[in-house]
Design a protein around this ligand. Structure first.
Ligand code: BES
Ligand code: MN
Ligand code: ZN
Length: 495
């Protein structure tokens, strides 16, 4: 979607569709009142007749308005001003997107600032609107045969603001554009089936991304090189797969070489069958999404590159399949990780932590300012938190606080679970330094406990995105989360 700025008053609009907000009870926005006045009370008459109450998300599309140069007028309800919140803001913008999707309007004029929402400034409203409108435009239909139906819906949105606000708004649009493009990349990689999106494919995409900008550099380690680095834990997961594992590193250099980078480590299991601890068949196709952590590292790095942020960021992606086979790792097998710690693999389906632990050890060589790993790690996080926030845990309260704040800033929420020492003993093993599972209780926390043993040398946080990275059912598809959160966090590290 293209976004442009306009500075005219509402009654002078020229557009395929003018969007006017209405709050309860039946109250027109300031622009709406100007249009109403210029049209001899046409809009207030409509409100009075009861065709538009102003309920949240209610829409009324008028085919003509009497204003020269405006072909349609869309009234959209915001509910009571006192009850307006971020969620209702999203509902209002999504209602606009879905109503105009089936209309013939290709462009619209929008007064984002007039959606009443306390505590959020104009730039926030514009950025959030642009993110939601872009999001509504996403399709993944490249693998259907035949020509895709021509897209209806909005192409271009004019945001109408005062001239004095233009610079801030332009910045907000630039951020939204970069973040949306990053989310689209993340969603595309997530939605691709595992017979296409293999570890080798991810490695190729990293090289493609790196070609786009001279600030990016990529290195790919193959299994022989990983073996030399003694990544026995990571390699135990790829043992049963015919697709070779790759360790992908993408470095973005936006600041001086001496500046410590933010390191993002993304779980890249391109398909998780569970291995010898085979998963049940129900919805197993969704385990193609088990590389969404990796995909979010791609998307975030692309967004950071597009914004040319003055900061250093390193993405590390351990990429592998988790398959059963004659030489696959078996329950009870003991492996030695790159850190030297030994692991008794009691369940081959707890594979995410086995690849992440070696990637976390590897991450130390970049002398990170902090390390954030992103992983579809446990079904248990969905039991604990549902599909609303991602789970967060870590070894540094200030880092966790910054991440939570970043999520609130951009409506990509996370919630902390307690990473207390008491949980560590659930990982005790009779035969190795630790087991790779901690029993039924607090599964997301014991998974993070496992990771914490490999992240002692730096500030570290772990995001469990198993509930938020994709949607199931009719709306099945990758969401692009937590690219907004990660990008906002990186922006905040600069300012
Ligand atoms: N990739 C899964 C986690 C997952 C499951 C994400 C369902 C989304 C939906 C992970 O590798 C896994 O299998 N975890 C196990 C851990 C258990 C064996 C300790 C799980 O959550 O059941
Ligand atoms: Mn698994
Ligand atoms: Zn997995």
């Amino acid at each position: 979607m293209e976004f442009v700025l306009k500075h005219n008053t509402a009654e002078k609009a020229r557009s395929a569709c003018q969007i006017i907000t209405v709050t309860q009870p039946r109250k027109l926005s300031a622009s709406g009142q100007r249009v109403d006045k210029a049209n001899k009370g046409m809009l207030s008459a409509i409100l009075k007749r009861g065709d538009m109450d102003g309920n949240v998300g209610q829409t009324l599309l008028l085919p003509s308005t009497g204003i020269n140069g405006v072909q349609r007028l869309l009234l959209v309800g915001c509910g009571k001003e006192s009850e307006m919140n971020e969620r209702n803001f999203d509902r209002v913008v999504n209602a606009i997107a879905s109503t105009l999707e089936s209309s013939g309007a290709r462009d619209a004029e929008f007064y984002a600032a007039e959606i009443p929402l306390k505590g959020r400034d104009l730039a926030w409203k514009v950025r959030q609107s642009a993110l939601l409108l872009n999001n509504s435009e996403y399709r993944f239909d490249g693998l259907k045969s035949g020509k895709p139906a021509p897209r209806k819906g909005l192409r271009k949105v004019a945001i109408n603001v005062l001239k004095k606000d233009a610079e801030r708004v332009r910045q907000a649009i630039a951020e939204a554009t970069a973040i949306s493009a990053g989310m689209n990349l993340t969603r595309d990689l997530g939605n691709l089936p595992a017979n296409i999106c293999t570890p080798t494919y991810l490695a190729k995409q990293a090289q493609v991304l790196a070609k786009s900008d001279k600030r990016l550099r990529v290195s790919i380690l193959n299994e022989v090189e990983m073996k030399r680095l003694k990544m026995g834990s990571l390699l135990s997961v790829s043992a049963g797969s015919r697709q070779p594992a790759k360790l992908i590193t993408i470095e973005y250099r936006g600041a001086a070489a001496a500046e410590q980078p933010v390191v993002l480590v993304g779980k890249g299991v391109t398909f998780d069958t569970g291995g010898i601890s085979l998963k049940p068949g129900q919805a197993m196709d969704e385990m193609k999404y088990d590389m969404c952590g990796a995909a979010s590292v791609f998307g975030t790095l692309q967004a950071v590159t597009q914004m040319q942020l003055p900061i250093n960021v390193v993405g590390i992606i351990p990429a592998t399949e988790n398959m059963p086979d004659g030489i696959a790792t078996k329950p009870g097998d003991i492996v030695t990780s790159m850190s030297g710690q030994t692991i008794e693999i009691l369940n081959t389906d707890a594979e995410g932590r086995l690849i992440l632990c070696d990637a976390l050890t590897y991450a130390a060589k970049f002398k990170p300012s902090c390390v954030i790993d992103i992983a579809t790690l446990t079904g248990a996080v969905i039991v604990a938190l549902g599909k609303v926030p991602s789970g967060v845990m870590g070894n540094n309260p200030a880092l966790i606080k910054d991440l939570i704040k970043s999520g609130q800033q951009i409506e990509d929420k996370i919630w902390e679970l307690p990473l207390w020492d008491e949980y560590q003993e659930q990982l005790n093993s009779n035969f190795a330094d630790m087991a790779n599972i901690g029993g039924r209780d607090a599964g997301s926390i014991t998974a993070a406990c496992f990771l914490s043993r490999f992240a002692k040398d730096y500030k570290w946080a772990h995001l469990d995105i198993a509930g938020t990275a994709w949607k199931s059912g009719d709306a099945k598809g990758a969401t692009g989360r937590p690219v907004p959160l990660l990008t906002q966090f990186i922006i905040n590290q600069i300012k």
